[in-house]
Design a protein around this ligand. Sequence first.
Ligand code: GTP
Length: 384
Amino acid sequence: MEDDAPLAIPLFPTSPQPHSTADPHESVPGQVSETPASGDGAQGSGDGQAEPVGITMITGYLGAGKTTLVNYILNERHGRRIAVILNEFGDELGIEKAMVNDGAGGALVEEWVELGNGCVCCSVKHSFVQALEQLLERREKFDHILLETTGLANPGPVAAVLWVDDQLESPVHLDSIVTVVDARNLKQQLADSRENGAVNEAYLQIAFADVVLLNKVDLVTGGTTEVEDLEAQIHNINGLVKIVRSERCQVDLKDVFERRAYRAQPSADLETLLQLDERDVHDRMVGTISFSASETTDLAKVNDWLGELLWEGGMDSEIYRMKGIFNIHGSDNMYMLQAVRDLYEIVPTRSWKPDEKRRTQIVFIGKDLKKNTLLESFKKCVAV
Ligand SMILES: Nc1nc2c(ncn2[C@@H]2O[C@H](COP(=O)(O)OP(=O)(O)OP(=O)(O)O)[C@@H](O)[C@H]2O)c(=O)[nH]1
């Protein structure tokens, strides 16, 4: 059984490493090349290196519908061959076991079960990396990976591992985190308190999500008003997340595949960011804050500021995710920031349009965030 054994692969920076580059084409840690997945198996990049395979991480509270979603994806005709990694809690003590089945429609199912007290986000991270690498030895057999995590998982640590695939030495990229939410029980789940002020996983799973499937809408008794209330509650926690209502997880698969949520590129995400209103958190432990500023910023100062915020803490708050657009002194390109826990990258994307107001717009998702304190500290970034 796996315990807290030392990890063979450095999963997190032991010393802070800012990720930024001034060249839009330069590859940076945490950023992966852009090759759309196709239905015809492994792709070569011309230099013998396999293209990174996308991973969709599926998370959600116990019983929300994660397995229903996985089964739905495996049985739909989407032309992709899917590998699945399952991580579940079980009663029996035992060793991890892996097996490969032929799923419906030719889907490949890699089942990896850590029985006993393991959870993919903590003690079995090393086993998870090994399972992933074993799976990647059969890379030519599938086009995409689904990682279904146990209902108790905090997606943050695994998201960071997968995002910076160069640390994994595996050709993977995190495509998106999909959190399945039980619409009938969400309010109750969010209200559950945890000992010592710890953050309830229901909040964490929504905070780290790129897509929330608001599932089991058929069981909501209060009709559309109640569903809209739930959506507002989810958006208060995570102002960036895309919410998709579902019954038995029957969703349009483009909401699940190829979201490219972790790529700094001109995308729908970027345009959404530009339009986001100023936000503040009220009476909640976990929530979203955003602000914009018209001053031009200095890239080196921005890097210093991000290092301070994400590595040194000191604000009595925790930042889970950040996204932002920066107006950088001396550049005609807007810079896009992505951060997951203590990892970040800031890279140039498209150029500012002539009629566009150049500005910096930043979104923070985290715990105990204080807008005024963040705004004040941001002033360090202003170019003089
Ligand atoms: N009524 C209704 N039932 C659903 C819906 N989606 C899933 N279910 C049922 O809810 C139960 C739990 O679904 P699962 O897919 O096993 O949930 P899970 O998140 O994988 O559960 P754990 O692995 O135990 O955390 C099953 O009996 C599903 O058939 C839905 O939209 N409506």
